[in-house]
Ligand binder design. Structure first.
Ligand SMILES: Cc1cc2nc3c(=O)[nH]c(=O)nc-3n(C[C@H](O)[C@H](O)[C@H](O)COP(=O)(O)O)c2cc1C
Length: 208
């Protein structure tokens, strides 16, 4: 069965971001896709220290939720990252988590479907949305979209429940994501996977 992981960057496991992700999870269930919401924002997650040990160990040197989620991400067909907006950016905990999750894992993320979800009381959603989508767009992950940028508005979960368009956006997003996951599975059977070249890693003009 196809599976989607939903990361909640908020410290509140039943706050605004969680409400948006729960709306998506209900659609995944109807679509026959397994889903799991993982609370990230209530954990003590430090940032990447660029030690490069992950290349040797195959996992992050800090043995926390990042290393627990990594094998689940490898198995998953889709990843949703949700974050509250803090000063017009995703919150610090989810950024630390995403930096370390993506940097410390060498498995292919190619063709896993990604989606970013943001929650703000009032402003900074689209800037935050752009930041989160960058993890997918550098990783060969097709990005699912919806009928608006993937955002809800509120200060409390009750506010979000009143944001009917925001919740509609979440349901449409989950349906589109489910469709993409199913379509890619069929397409892989029919056409195989596109070739991915990885010979070059150019940092300087002499190629070294
Ligand atoms: C440190 C901090 C910074 C915030 N910055 C913003 C902001 O820039 N724009 C905004 O609309 N809301 C801002 N908020 C409000 C939250 O983004 C908003 O209430 C969000 O929906 C909370 O989601 P949650 O319940 O999932 O944590 C901020 C909240 C905190 C704690």
């Amino acid at each position: 069965m196809a599976k989607v992981l939903l990361l909640n960057g908020s410290a509140k496991s039943n706050g605004c971001t969680a409400t948006a992700l729960q709306e998506m999870a209900q659609v995944f269930e109807k679509e026959g896709i397994e889903s799991e919401i993982i609370n990230v924002g209530n954990k003590n997650i430090r940032g990447c220290i660029a030690c490069g040990k992950c290349e040797e160990l195959g996992k992050c040197v800090f043995d926390d939720l990042v290393n627990e989620v990594a094998p689940k991400f490898e198995e998953a067909d889709g990843l949703v990252v949700g974050s509250p907006v803090y000063y017009a950016s995703p919150n610090g905990t989810i950024l630390s988590f995403m930096d370390r999750l993506f940097y410390s894992t060498s498995f292919s993320k190619h063709l896993k479907v990604g989606a970013a979800v943001v929650s703000a009381r009032r402003g900074g959603n689209s800037a935050s949305f752009d930041v989160l989508n960058k993890y997918f767009s550098i990783s060969g992950m097709p990005i699912a979209t919806s009928t608006y940028w993937n955002q809800v508005h509120g200060f409390t979960a009750d506010d979000v429940r009143k944001d009917l368009e925001g919740l509609q956006t979440m349901r449409n997003l989950a349906r589109n994501m489910a469709f993409m996951i199913k379509a890619f599975a069929d397409a892989k059977e029919k056409y195989g996977e596109p070739e991915v070249e990885r010979s070059f890693f150019t940092s300087f003009s002499d190629g070294k």
